[in-house]
Design a protein around this ligand. Structure first.
Ligand SMILES: [Zn+2]
Length: 177
């Protein structure tokens, strides 16, 4: 099986946030993709990883000026680790919020982004790809806690207008018209 994750860049006046940094072999292609947005790795001030599987954290090392949030329990900058109780959510700024969405792993988080087009949920492997809405084996096969994941998926389908899955392009939530 081949795997590489969806990598998302969020830009606002205040924050430059990268979500899920692919494998350690993707450094050059990530830097090139950022250059096309006029962004250097040192401009990124938040690295957020939906969970700590190696295809989601591989290039975290590129972003030396950022606060690193990996899943719900690990928040660090340089060699300083923060004792932080994530509880159910964590607010980054007026547009970006993190919520816990366990199932694929116990530590999984989702990034919720309020945009003019609606609420976008960047969910990591809570949804592997659009097709797993019709074929549940596509996500259940990689799930640590399928029943809990089912519940987290339901929660996202209630609120999100668009979903960025862990391994595929963004799609519209079919439950929303
Ligand atoms: Zn994973």
């Amino acid at each position: 099986m081949k795997a590489n994750c969806t990598c998302t860049l969020l830009k606002s006046e205040k924050n430059k946030i990268i979500i899920d940094t692919r494998t350690p072999w993707d450094g050059d292609s990530l830097i090139t993709a950022l250059q096309q947005q006029n962004i250097k790795p040192e401009d990124i001030n938040y690295v957020i990883c939906t969970h700590s599987h190696s295809d989601h954290i591989g290039c975290n090392y590129l972003f030396q000026n950022a606060l690193h949030i990996v899943g719900k329990t690990c928040i660090s900058r340089n060699d300083l680790y923060y004792d932080y109780d994530f509880k159910d959510n964590h607010v980054i700024d007026e547009y970006v919020k993190l919520i816990t969405t366990p199932g694929h792993t116990s530590e999984c988080i989702t990034v919720l982004v309020q945009t003019q087009e609606g609420l976008i949920a960047i969910v990591g492997d809570l949804f592997e790809k659009k097709q797993d809405m019709d074929d549940e084996e596509l996500w259940k096969c990689c799930s640590d806690f399928p029943e809990i994941q089912e519940e987290s998926r339901r929660k996202i389908l209630e609120i999100a207008d668009f979903i960025v899955p862990g391994h595929g392009p963004m799609f519209k939530n079919p439950n929303k018209t």
